[in-house]
Design a protein around this ligand. Sequence first.
Ligand code: ADP
Length: 295
Amino acid sequence: MTKVSCDEYLSARIRELFGNDSRVSSRRGLGGGCINNAEEYALSGGEKLFVKRNRSSHSGLFAAEAAGLEALAVSGGPRVPGVLGFHDDGTDQILILEFISPGVKGRDFWELFGRQMAILHRAGTDKGFGFDGDNHIGATEQRNGWMPDWLEFFARRRIGFQLELAISRGRMDTGTAGECEKFMSRIPEILIEPEMPSLLHGDLWGGNYMIGDRGEPVLIDPAVYYGHREADLAMTELFGGFKPSFYSAYNEAYPLKSGYRRRRDAYNLYHMLNHLNLFGASYLGSVQAILRRYT
Ligand code: ADP
């Protein structure tokens, strides 16, 4: 059997979606992505596509991203680009998405975003905490599967996994690793079980939403799983940029439990460990600062 290359797959998908005469009339590189090569494809019939390619060895990367985007497409939640196809030819991987024409923020952008995130977080599952299959957060693997206990899931699959990675990559001294282990063992005292497993974007910072053509929020580039909604909210505060009206609208629609502020940085330890693993020692100080707050 001959392998279908990513380019052949893309041409076939274009013909299926837009008719046999449809051709690519131009391609334009899009900046902003940290990991993949992202492009806008304009077609002969005037349609546009968003196409992401990856040449790394992360096989299954885009199948997992597609599954995440499809899970996020909850009625009443933030808009999510439709998945039009994905393919892995053994060398290249490709993800084809509905093209989001960038707009300018509508006047109620942040209120709408807050209300829509509350709706997303009310989408639950009876499977427990996790997701079907692993995915990625940035270029790092994110381990999922399902566990019945949130605190154990967060300790083992989130903090524990990143800690092991940091040790194996030589990013962490033994003293900090010891503090991190102490933090893990104290998670049941630091964090609380949620009211339900919430559907999470998983990597909700300012680079992972877009503004759609009607001025509305659009979620992109997720690291989806079911977990405590405080984890998503915490990340919005890590690098900032989300306006107060986002939080007030969210809280009105789905109030956070008291003590969230004390728990917030514990959730962000996951992202700081991931940054340490991805970008190196400049993040060690941030990791240590969070650990000092809790141990
Ligand atoms: P990466 O996985 O490399 O981080 P992203 O998914 O963040 O890539 O996409 C890179 C950039 O492409 C984004 O910052 C955004 O500006 C743009 N983009 C992402 N998804 C779409 C889309 N569906 N339509 C149009 N532009 C998009």
